[in-house]
Design a protein around this ligand. Structure first.
Ligand code: IPD
Ligand code: CA
Length: 292
């Protein structure tokens, strides 16, 4: 094992250990009732006290384990580090599910580095880059209700509770089960509904699980063939994109000269991801033509 590999494996262990503790915390808080603490981008974009408590716990634990690293969290955590590693944290991905008592929510923790540092170990490929030019080198996504821990590090494969997982090998979009998600603003949702309307006759079916991190892990485990979404933030996908890639999935933007990220993330086995990309390009082309 190269020294970087063993560092990345250690970072993955740290991510998994802390995700487990935070996951237990939020599951416990859910059982004792949960309320909306505030809203963000729209009235339906909620944050609960549990999001905040879990982000605080994760930040504290990361500071104990890796005092020189930075931290960026969905609920506002922002620690500038000196080591070159920044942890990107979503304390609860799937907050609306959490609020309603639906099981599809997860803690997502990723260790990320600037692209140039990550590149020493991997042939240049945009597929694993985030829109801000950083790349996850290790991470974990933990689903506390099902007890499923997805963990990964660069070049180390993707694991579900310690067992290697593989993305599906489906190549035919017309029989593919495709996950997606919708943003919180009316404008964005209207556009996304239009795109789904065009896509649904061309695929087996669509799933809207309510957590982008889980969607990408489902692609990694072959429980979804493909996935796409527009409007994600780095904490939604930082860990799970690496899980999906390490499971053999390709992660693309809508255009090849863009980085996967807020504008679009498309994931799936290589051929299927390409087919999905061209359907989505076409859908957006029609949409902008219709808008004049
Ligand atoms: C959301 C979930 C959802 C996706 C939204 C995200 P949150 O994150 O990942 O599946 O469709 O775009 O904002 O608000 O539950 O942390
Ligand atoms: Ca999220």
């Amino acid at each position: 094992m190269l020294p970087e590999d063993s560092l990345h494996a250690t970072l993955a262990d740290i991510a998994a250990r802390i995700a487990l503790e935070a996951g237990d915390l939020i599951r416990g808080l859910r059982e004792s009732g949960v309320d909306v603490a505030a809203t963000k981008s729209s009235l339906t974009d909620v944050v609960t006290a549990a999001d905040r408590a879990a982000e605080l716990l994760v930040t504290e634990r990361l500071r104990e384990a890796r005092p020189h690293d930075g931290v960026l969290g969905e609920e506002g955590a922002q620690v500038v580090g000196t080591s070159g590693i920044t942890w990107v944290v979503d304390p609860i991905d799937g907050t609306v599910n959490y609020l309603y008592g639906l099981p599809a929510y997860a803690v997502s923790i990723a260790a990320t580095v600037e692209e140039s540092a990550a590149n020493e170990n991997e042939a240049s490929s945009k597929s694993g880059l985030m829109a801000d030019g950083r790349r996850a080198v290790a991470g974990a996504v933990y689903l506390p209700v099902t007890g499923e821990m997805f963990s990964t590090y660069l070049g180390g494969g993707a694991r579900l509770n310690g067992e290697q997982v593989k993305a599906s090998d489906e190549v035919d979009l017309s029989v593919a089960l495709v996950g997606t998600g919708f943003g919180y603003t009316t404008e964005r949702r209207t556009e996304q509904a239009e795109v789904v309307r065009r896509l649904i006759p061309r695929v087996r079916d669509i799933r809207r699980m309510g957590s982008a991190a889980i969607d990408l892990c489902m692609v990694a485990a072959g429980r979804l063939d493909g996935y796409y979404e527009r409007g994600l933030q780095p904490w939604d996908y930082a860990a799970a994109v690496l899980v999906a890639r390490e499971a053999g999935a390709t992660v693309l933007a809508r255009e090849d000269d863009q980085l996967p990220g807020e504008a679009m993330i498309i994931a799936g086995p290589p051929q299927l991801a390409r087919a999905l990309q061209s359907e989505l390009k076409e859908a957006y082309r029609e949409l902008s033509n219709a808008a004049g």
